[in-house]
Every structure is written in C-alpha cells, then in structure tokens.
Write a protein that binds this ligand. Structure first.
Ligand code: G6P
Ligand code: ZN
Length: 598
C-alpha cells in the first residue's frame, strides 16, 4: 500500500492510471507488455511477435484508445478514425482485429474509415485526415515503412493525429505507459457479432462491428485534390503527352497504386513508365527502401551502378523515381545521375517558382544529419531555415506554429537525408510529391535533363558531397558504448595525426524547439573536420527505426566549391575511414564494413 501511495504521490497527474477495470460486456482481462515503446515512427517489431500472440496488437490498440479518450476534448468524442495499411503481410487480419477492439470501445470511437482494399499510402492518410470533408481526426496506420514485410520480416503500427501528423513523443510515451499497466481490454467476440468486413466492397459500404460503424472509403480523392492544388497538372500532362518518359518504381508498396493513379491515369504517362506498382504482402521479396542498394533494378535501368556512377547504359527515361513501402520516401535520379536527397531538397528550394503555384517559399527545414546544401539556398533566397533532429514530427511543429505565422508560414519545404522530402501541403513526407516536384522542374524547362539541373545547381552553389554508411543489426550494447565514448571526447584534447583530416571539434546535437522551447538532447555526435582547408564532417547516430539490435549510422559530408564531377562515395571514403577510426567503430561493433552505403 505504501508503495502504491508513493507512486500516486510522485506521479504527475497525467500518468494516473487510465486502465480502470471496464464494465463493458466486451471487457476481458489481459496481461500488460513492457516492451511496446514506439520508436521514431511507430511501434515496429518482427512480424512473428504480432502473429504468434494476437493480444500484442489488442493491448497496444486498447492503450492507444485509452490515451486518446483522455486527450481529446469531451465535445469531440466519440471519434472517427482512419484505419489503413501499407499492404504488408498481417495487415488484413490486423484490420479485422482492430475493428473488433474499436467496436467494443464505441464510447471512444464511433466510426472507422477503412480504405478500399485496405491499402493507403502514409501521405495519402495524412491528407485524408486533413480534408474537412472526411470528418476524421486520427489514423491508425499499419506499416513498418521501408522495412521488409512477410512472416519473417517486420510489422508495425503508427498513430497520426488530427492535423495529419505523426503523434508527438509525449503522446506515444503515454501510450507506452498505459500499455505497461493495462489489465483489461474490450473486444467484440467473434460469435457475439457479425464482424466480417469485405475490404474489396464498394466505397460507401458500411458495416456494424459492435457499437462502431466501419465504412469503406476512397483513399485517392482527398490526396489527389491536395496534389492538384499544389502542382500545375496541365503543365505535367503536356510534358507527358509530348512523349517524355519517366520510370516510377512502386517497390510493391502502398505508393505503387497512388503513383499509377496520379502519374498514369491522370497525367497520362504510359504503362511502360511503371514498375512494381502492384502492392504485395511481402513487397515481392524486396526491401522496400528506395536507395541505390535496394532500388537496384530502377537504378540500372537509369544507367547507374550501385554507387551512383554512370554506367553508360540504361534506357531513355527523363526521370527515375522510387517510393518506399508506405509511399512517403523517395529516390530521385536522372539518366546516369543519382540525386542525393539533400541535393534534391536544395534543388527544389532553389527552383520553387517552377514547381508550386502556391506562392513564394516561406521557410525550409532539414534534419541535422542532412547536408548543408539547402542552407546555402535558403541564405541566398533570404528564407528562414531550421535544422532539426531526425524525425518528420519536428517539421510539423514548425508548420503549424502560430509563433512563426501559422497559415501564413506556408508554403514550407522540408527534407531529410533518409530519402524524405515534402512540404506543408500535408504533415508527412511525401514520395509522390517529390516526383511531381522534379517533374515540374523538367516540364518547365523541357530542354534540361536531370543531370543539367544538378550541374547548374552545383555551378551556382558549390557541391556538398554526401554519403551515409549504415551498420545494421549491431549489438545494442556495443553501439551504445561507442556513442558514449564519443560523448566522452567532448571538451578533451582531440586526436591529431598530422594527416589530411584535421579534426576540429566534437559536439553532441541538441535541439531547442523554437516554438515549444522543448529541448531534445543527444541527437547525434558531430565531428567537424577540415579536409585540405574545406569544411567536412562526420555524424554518428543510432537509428530509431530498427526492429532488432542497433543500427549505427555514419553520415559523411564535404563541401567543394570547385570540383563537382567526383563520385560521392569515392570522395568520402577517406573521411569515412578516419571517422570510423576516431569512433573506434570496429572495436565497439565488430564491424569493418557497413552493410549499406547510400
Ligand atoms: C522515419 C521517419 C523519418 C526519419 C527516419 C529516420 O522514416 O519518418 O522522419 O528521418 O525514420 O530513421 P532512422 O532509422 O535513421 O532513425
Ligand atoms: Zn516510409
């Protein structure tokens, strides 16, 4: 009793136990899990964890609903929630299961909107919630984004809020706290009610599950109209009709059908402009992460090798692009040229007037590990520029900030080195948006190739050579120790060897949100160098999106104001070796080589 009393006294009011034993006829006891803490972008775990124990998903959803019910204002209850998936293995049974949980919690959720076929890309989900017409104030998205799918791969659940944004950390922490103490949940019994939902039913079909209405909705409408408002579709149609071809790779994820709908059905690009656009449960066995390694076939067809070097081969496409499993990431390339995400962001910022009919750019933001290419453009254009920690949610705060001007601080452009680009049209990154932005650039100046655009950009601003090394599935212990060791070097004498790489400074990135003033510390270690008098840096960070072990990321960047023709991976090899040596990476992780270089 004393312990209980103490806990009650010490806990802030928000963490008072939410899980009251329910009196609902659907109520049943459950055992709490201690490991449902979401990462950067939802809770991702090996698929088996979800398939072997259905209570794992049930508990998570009940915890989410409990927190949602205490967080939303009384007038807005019960809520309408979008329930969508990226189509990966285990999505269909999960949709059924979640419907049963919601059906038994109808005091919290009255309506579930389920996209026809169950599949909807993350950007489309964001746009769906934002559309007033849909009267929907949250989303549950079944996705593990760019992680592979299938019985032996990954599955995940992610929550979005009323502005279409991934819910903030405060909210996810509350869900985690709730999941750790959950003792009962409500679920509609299979024999109790008719709970069969046909995902292929016509749009508008409704079902009753417990006390909840489930309605099959059109996943395209709101999203297409958002994109139509942003881009000049007539210009793009004209470009397509003149025989210009592009190659769009859907990686068998949720982005495929959306790419087909917009680029094919609406803009008129022909069938031979699409590959892997049918959604598959296992993404056709591919790792649906659009980069030089996993986008191999696209990259080859665009005349590039795995290091982004020109092969002299390839087909005749003006633009090559891929989206990831849930359609929010993008890869952009041209014939014989790979555009790094950081350069892509900078080019889009520079050529904003070619792209958007929504007025001049008000601000830009990039994540800290992304290159400084966009900073230079922002400075030249005189627009505000923010450097945030990794994670799209930090951009959302800026876009919605009344302090920065709210609706007037729009349009706002943001991007990350992790192949994410987007703007204030929604509150997620948007793979298809990035493709349309590049298409607009090309359509505005049809005589230019992607290579011309990129070269012109470097001529104007200089080039930020960039590469990222990933060391996947390392031991967590070693990886944490390596980071700690780097932190320990702050303020100490720096290792100097008189070689080509002169280490100037080691710091830990900490961010103070300009709006909320909230501090997010320990967001990566920055090692600043001078390489033959040019500024360069290496950043070390642990990934927040893995599903097993720890992934160490090493981000390398070097500015060159004169020589633009080199290959990033080759230009940065020496810097990578030096940084790995300083971090003692091999000793801590046992890894000599990265698993992936992007
Ligand atoms: C997701 C988030 C991005 C973030 C990325 C980082 O894709 O939506 O905003 O940049 O994860 O992943 P990492 O594995 O580096 O933590
Ligand atoms: Zn994704």
């Amino acid at each position: 009793t004393l312990l209980l009393l103490l806990m009650t006294l010490l806990s802030p009011p928000t963490s008072l136990s939410l899980s009251m034993p329910s009196t609902s006829r659907y109520s049943r006891p459950t055992t709490a899990y201690q490991d449902q803490r979401p990462g950067t972008s939802g809770l991702r775990k090996k698929t088996k964890i979800w398939t072997e124990d259905s209570m794992y998903l049930n508990n998570l959803i009940q915890s989410y609903l409990n927190v949602l019910s205490t967080n939303s204002s009384p007038s807005s209850k019960p809520l309408s929630i979008l329930l969508a998936s990226d189509g990966r293995y285990h999505s269909v049974p999960s949709i059924a299961q979640i419907s049963k949980i919601c059906g038994a919690n109808s005091d919290i959720v009255s309506t579930l909107h389920v996209p026809q076929n169950g599949v909807q890309s993350t950007p489309s989900c964001s746009s769906y919630i934002r559309s007033p017409k849909n009267d929907c104030s949250a989303a549950i998205i079944l996705t593990a984004s760019h992680n592979p799918g299938g019985p032996d791969a990954d599955f995940g659940v992610k929550f979005n809020g009323a502005r279409g944004e991934p819910v903030d950390e405060g909210f996810t922490e509350e869900v985690w706290e709730e999941s750790k103490r959950l003792t009962t949940l409500n679920i509609v019994d299979d024999d109790d009610d008719d709970v069969t939902i046909d995902l292929n039913a016509e749009v508008g079909t409704t079902y009753k599950v417990g006390g909840c209405k489930v309605v099959i909705v059109d996943p395209y409408e709101a999203y297409v109209s958002t994109l139509e408002k942003f881009f000049d579709f007539e210009l793009l149609k004209d470009y397509a009709s003149k025989g210009n071809r592009i190659l769009f790779d859907g990686m068998h994820g949720a982005g495929g059908p959306f790419g087909r709908r917009v680029l094919g059905d609406i803009l008129g690009f022909k069938d031979d402009c699409f590959m892997r656009c049918d959604t598959r449960e296992d993404f056709g066995g591919c790792h649906p992460d659009p980069n030089l390694t996993y986008g191999k076939e696209l990259v080859e067809r665009m005349g590039l090798d795995g290091k982004g070097r020109k092969t002299g081969k390839g087909e005749d496409f003006k633009l090559g692009a891929a989206n990831d499993g849930d359609g929010d990431r993008n890869l952009i390339c041209g014939k014989g040229v790979f555009v790094t995400p950081s350069d892509s962001l900078a080019v889009i910022a520079d050529r904003w007037e070619d792209i958007s009919s929504n007025g001049p750019l008000k601000g830009v933001a990039r994540s800290m590990p992304s290159s400084a290419a966009v900073d230079v453009v922002a400075e030249k254009k005189g627009v505000r520029n923010f450097v945030t920690p990794t994670g799209w949610k930090f951009f959302g705060n800026l876009m919605d900030s009344e302090v920065l001007g709210g609706e007037n601080f729009n349009p706002f452009l943001c991007g990350e080195e992790s192949f994410g680009t987007g703007s204030s049209h929604i509150r997620e990154k948007d793979g298809l948006w990035a493709v349309l932005a590049w298409l607009s650039i090309l359509a505005r100046s049809p005589s230019l190739t992607v290579e011309d655009v990129v070269n012109q950009h470097w001529e104007k601003y200089g080039r930020h050579y960039y590469a990222r090394y990933d060391y996947e599935e390392c031991g967590s212990d070693g990886a944490n120790k390596m980071m700690e060791n780097l932190r320990g070097m702050i303020g100490k004498a720096l290792p100097k060897d008189g070689g080509d790489y002169e280490l100037n400074k080691i710091e830990s990135f900490s961010y103070t949100d300009p709006v909320t003033k909230e501090v997010t510390a320990n967001q990566g270690m920055i090692l600043s160098f001078l390489v033959k008098d040019s500024p360069a840096r290496a950043v070390f960070r642990l990934s927040g999106t893995g599903s097993a072990g720890a992934t160490v990321r090493m981000y390398l960047e070097k500015y060159d104001g004169e020589n633009f023709g080199g290959n990033s991976q080759e230009e940065l090899k020496g810097l990578g070796e030096k940084a790995a040596e300083i971090a003692d990476l091999e000793r801590f992780t046992g890894r000599k080589e990265p698993t992936v270089i992007t």
